[in-house]
Design a protein around this ligand. Structure first.
Ligand code: FO1
Length: 314
């Protein structure tokens, strides 16, 4: 199969907003996105892949605008009815969203791989972008808390509200997984390799934990990343709490230290310009831009900067 010139590593909402801009500056048929599956798990007997779905719905222009995940205008009647039986139905799956999970679950039960089902779902939403799960194997991220309890990622994030008491992030399942079909080939053949503004530990870090992927990106050492932190805070999600837990500075400099083996350029927010010199001392070139993607024009300009930067550095 012909490989595509632009490849991006991606998590959920932040990545999806960036990709919405990227498809305005590169042809969607030129883009492959390698997506984190560490958040995937079964809810109510159905296989749910939050990051794959968030990216699919966003690129199909169907995503809920208020929260950045789920389907705009979706209803929650099935979930409400389910609560008669399961009081603890804390993960909100809308009625239309459920159709995606029903299809995925059925196809996986029939023996299709996650890569095949992902391609089917992308086709059904008329995406021209190629979406590749980082792996088709189980790769659930687990969070160990100070009190010794363990939770999978969605339990930690959604059920428990992402408290600041994380002891360790356990990526051992991802470390035993095999890269999804075409993942390593896509990275090797890319003209430009981008890292979306996603959680560096549990989105990008999980992708890199899959054996072979870190080596493939390190071998190139020409990726351009967009930092997900602005003024030391994530726009969304628990990146600050998780970085603190693993003793990484909670700033775009901290992100740069995590990416230094494979990133040649890092885009940070204008408000973080004072970090430029420290990041450059790591051997990483820096551009400052507005990175808060409040509308699709900011996303497009940010993506255009990332593409220009990648071409300049290669
Ligand atoms: N996030 C929430 O905060 N609450 C939810 O109930 C929730 C449901 C949900 C359903 C489908 C889906 O694709 C995503 C969903 N998310 C929800 C988002 C998700 O928890 C996270 O944003 C990602 O896993 C982190 O990238």
């Amino acid at each position: 199969m012909k490989r595509r010139p632009v490849v991006a590593l991606a998590g959920g909402v932040g990545a999806a907003r960036f990709l919405r801009g990227l498809v305005q500056v590169v042809r969607p048929s030129d883009l492959t996105v390698i997506v984190n599956t560490g958040d995937d798990r079964d809810f109510y007997g159905l296989r749910v892949c939050p990051d794959l779905d968030t990216i699919t719905y966003t690129l199909a222009n169907r995503v809920r605008r208020d929260v950045g995940w789920g389907i705009e205008g979706d209803s929650f009647q099935t979930l409400a009815a389910l609560r008669r039986f399961e009081r603890e139905a804390w993960f909100q799956l809308g009625d239309q969203d459920l159709a995606t999970h029903i299809h995925r679950t059925r196809r996986l039960q029939q023996g299709a791989s996650l890569a095949e089902v992902t391609a089917e779902i992308a086709r059904a939403f008329e995406l021209e972008v190629e979406l590749l799960p980082m792996t088709c194997d189980p790769a659930a991220t687990a969070i160990e808390r100070e009190d010794g309890s363990r939770a999978d990622f969605e339990e930690y994030l959604v059920r428990d509200g992402a408290p600041d008491d994380v002891r360790t992030i356990d990526l051992s399942q991802a470390r035993c997984a095999t890269p999804g079909p075409a993942v390593l080939e896509a990275i090797q053949a890319a003209e430009s390799l981008l890292v979306c503004p996603s959680n560096p530990l549990v989105s990008i870090g999980t992708i890199l934990a899959v054996p072979g992927i870190q080596q493939a990106v390190d071998l190139r050492r020409d990726a351009v990343a967009v930092s997900p932190l602005i003024g030391g805070r994530p726009v969304k999600g628990p990146a600050d709490r998780l970085m603190r837990a693993v003793q990484v500075e909670v700033s775009s400099y901290g992100v740069a230290t995590l990416y230094r083996s494979f990133v040649r350029g890092l885009i940070i927010d204008d408000v973080d310009a004072a970090l430029t010199e420290r990041i450059e001392q790591l051997g990483i070139a820096v551009r400052t831009r507005p990175t808060l993607m409040k509308d699709s024009n900011v996303s497009r300009d940010l993506a255009a900067s990332a593409m220009e930067f990648a071409k300049e550095l290669c």
